[in-house]
Design a protein around this ligand. Structure first.
Ligand SMILES: [Zn+2]
Length: 181
């Protein structure tokens, strides 16, 4: 609350992070499921990639190339591994120039992080360095259709793995999906 003549109820520091936090809370409370998450990523990310190809700035493109290089660095922890592979997805979300898409993408990445960290699957099978190469090349070439296609192919593989983690995730966290919401 802010007092004074211009007072009233304000949401302090309103940012798109709130969207991510809200989705994370819903996810942890079992109000949204992993299949729902996979489905949204499968449809949203190709669109976001195609927009990134149209709208990425030179700075965005530089960050994409840096993120790609980072994928090849050796890391020892699960969190560092997830972070390095999500980097490209984050930069693409930030490059699409649509704040809704950016917020949704980042929220979904956060939920994905939660699942992968909890399950700690075979990371080599889940995601390999260089898997974003075609997506990045298409964004650098400003080829929106190629970016969409490349992300679709990537999401087909990744979301399948994500779905396979559903059971392991439920087991690990000991929570059943609340279908009566
Ligand atoms: Zn990826």
């Amino acid at each position: 609350m802010r007092q004074g003549p211009a007072g009233g109820a304000f949401v302090i520091d309103l940012s798109f992070d709130h969207v991510g936090n809200a989705f994370l809370d819903l996810f942890l409370a079992n109000k949204v499921s992993i299949p729902e998450l996979a489905n949204v990523r499968y449809y949203i990310e190709p669109e976001v990639a195609s927009l990134a190809a149209l709208n990425a700035t030179e700075e965005d493109k530089k960050r994409l190339m840096d993120a790609q290089e980072e994928e090849f660095l050796t890391v020892t922890t699960t969190t560092a591994r997830i972070t390095k592979f999500q980097k490209v997805h984050h930069v693409i979300a930030e490059s699409c120039q649509n704040h809704f898409y950016e917020a949704i993408s980042k929220s979904m990445l956060r939920l994905t992080y939660e699942v992968v960290e909890a399950v700690d699957p075979d990371h080599e099978a889940l995601h390999m360095p260089g898997e974003h190469r075609h997506i990045i090349e298409a964004v650098l070439d400003a080829d929106s259709e190629a970016a969409r296609k490349a992300m679709q192919i990537h999401m087909q593989k990744f979301c399948k793995s994500l779905l396979e983690m559903e059971t392991a995730y439920r087991k690990k966290t000991g929570i059943e999906l609340d279908s009566g919401n």
